[in-house]
Design a protein around this ligand. Structure first.
Ligand code: ZN
Ligand code: ZN
Ligand code: ZN
Length: 282
């Protein structure tokens, strides 16, 4: 049995398993919902899935016909989705604890891959769903952007922002908090000065979750669709921007993998980007 949870701990679930397949998905919906270059999904029989705490805290957004995106309404972590017709549940692997007994075996929707992320492993790649899934992709229009400033939006489109000023640094963080907060292999954050951030619309929908035991750690997300959004620390004048929420180019590529000592057992780092066990040296 495998245990899963959101960042704040309001929601817990169990999966009897076994997990039969895990896939990396680069579709624009996964990128926005998780704020990362891709989401990793692990599938198991639906009959062995149950929420053990906080099912009433699960928010659901209808992302495309027949598909939902589930998330914790308190902290924004993405949660599992039942695929009733297939009798399966598909879990965001970043929310699962320990060894899940299966490794990601493919990349799907690479036709929608983020331009700032490079795939460097040797797993098979599919433009959309792999043929063996027998599923049809729903086309989705990318958000329009104008000008040269970095712009981003959530999956439902109600929240949009722009950031002026140069990006300071970009990290892929593999720490447990980032894995739970993004429900993914790692966070992918671009840092800017906070005073460059302007909400173009939907600022009232942005929810901010602050992890009580941390000085600065938290998550910002759209209360309607659960997509990850920039989080502002006025105290430090820093905006932490989930790269997956960016609609044009974030103006930077990943500078380092950080907290790799905490990475998930199923997560393989295959690129040449510098790695740090914890925080990078100043
Ligand atoms: Zn939560
Ligand atoms: Zn996807
Ligand atoms: Zn939204």
């Amino acid at each position: 049995m495998t245990h899963g949870r959101c960042l704040c701990g309001d929601i817990h679930y169990e999966v009897d398993g076994p997990f039969t397949i895990a896939t990396h998905c680069h579709c624009s919906m996964c990128r926005k919902h998780h704020g990362t270059p891709f989401a990793t999904w692990a599938a198991a029989p639906l009959a062995g899935f149950r929420y053990t705490k906080g099912e009433d805290k699960v928010g659901r957004y209808a992302s495309s016909p027949g598909f939902h995106r589930s998330f914790c309404t308190n902290c924004g972590s993405a949660m599992p989705e039942a695929l009733e017709s297939a009798g399966m549940v598909t879990c965001p692997a970043g929310s699962l604890e320990g060894d899940i007994g299966v490794e990601p075996s493919m990349h799907m929707f690479v036709g929608s891959k983020a331009p700032w992320h490079e795939i460097t492993d040797d797993l098979p790649q599919y433009e959309e769903f792999p043929p063996q899934f027998g599923m049809q992709a729903t086309p989705r229009a990318e958000a329009e952007t104008t000008g040269s400033d970095v712009q981003g939006s959530c999956l439902c489109g109600e929240v949009a922002y722009t950031i002026s000023g140069p990006p300071l640094v970009m990290y892929y963080c593999h720490c447990l908090r980032c894995r739970l907060g993004r429900s993914a292999a790692h966070a992918a954050n671009v840092f800017f000065k906070a005073d460059g951030l302007t909400w173009l619309r939907g600022a009232e929908l942005v929810r901010d979750y602050q992890l009580p035991e941390a000085k600065f750690f938290g998550a910002a997300f759209c209360g309607r669709c659960g997509s990850k959004l920039p989080r502002v620390s006025l105290e430090r004048n820093v905006a932490t921007v989930p790269a997956g929420s960016v609609d044009n180019d974030p103006g930077m590529r990943v500078q380092a993998h950080i907290f790799v000592d905490s990475k998930a057992a199923w997560d393989r780092i295959t690129d040449q980007v510098p790695q740090f066990a914890g925080m990078p040296p100043r």
